[in-house]
Design a protein around this ligand. Sequence first.
Ligand code: NAP
Length: 296
Amino acid sequence: MTAQIIDGKQVAADMRAELKDEVAKLKEQGVVPGLGVVLVGEDPASQSYVRAKERACEDIGIYSDDNRLQADISQEDLMALVEKMNNDPKINGILVQLPLPKGLNEAEVLLAIDPAKDVDGFHPMNVGKMVVGEKAFRPCTPHGVIQLLLRSGVTLEGAEVVIVGRSNIVGKPLANMLSQKNATGNATVTVCHTRTKDLAAHTKRADIVIAAAGRPNTVTADMVKEGVVVIDVGVNRVEDATKKRGYRLVGDVDFEAVKEKASFITPVPGGVGPMTITMLLYNTVESAKRAAGLLE
Ligand code: NAP
């Protein structure tokens, strides 16, 4: 079997087109979704993520309030900016790009964001609501993974899902969302990590394998069954002298070999990556609708 490639760029483009239409309709009702973006310091990866987020906002008509701050900003000044955005009715979502430079207390900043504007879904209030199955912002990467599965027609109900990775931003929230008693859940979920005794024993029986380990070749062809659905969240740089920049990006899955056994598989790049920003836009639009009383 050769897998159908799940084209994350296309799914993201489809969702962004839907959001663009929705934003245009909201504007007719006088509602303009707004995202407040905070970037502290000069980290090149963070700068490029933030630029991509701002471009995406512009593209679909979301107002974006960009705040570029020096790395030596004080904790008090950063907290004051968050507070200002909490109180600004033009801002429906607040995004503080992580990691913050050393010396700043990340947890304190994230806790200060109004949970009603926490479009990253990292505030403990939203995490707690998600866990007990209440409405809450869903973290962007896990939510993007679920959208990729659903929009590819993959059945989640009753599926054996094995997640490799238990981070707070990917593995744990995914496990939680997929095991909720609802239409985007109802799967039977196993979470694996570095202390898992026999990773292959778990992945071999999975209908769906989701790799979020941050290590190339964590999932190889001998570790999966025929017809498995594979979602590769990992983004890793491996040296490649044939590339101008000296490296190429790969996921956590041995893509070439696994695609010969899988029914569906995501590539890296072009799989989960484009979905993360899309779900941030989705959460910002939801937040604007809720603030305008158009959503429960
Ligand atoms: P993380 O915080 O480093 O967590 C990695 C997890 O994988 C940990 O739970 C670790 O186990 C587990 N792990 C590592 N090696 C393993 C192995 N050989 N066998 C089993 N488990 C293993 O990483 P993260 O933030 O979740 O990110 C994971 C990957 O996804 C990274 O490559 C990251 O760049 C990528 N990512 C992509 C997007 C996107 O938008 N495409 C978004 C977020 C993250 P322990 O807990 O035991 O250490």
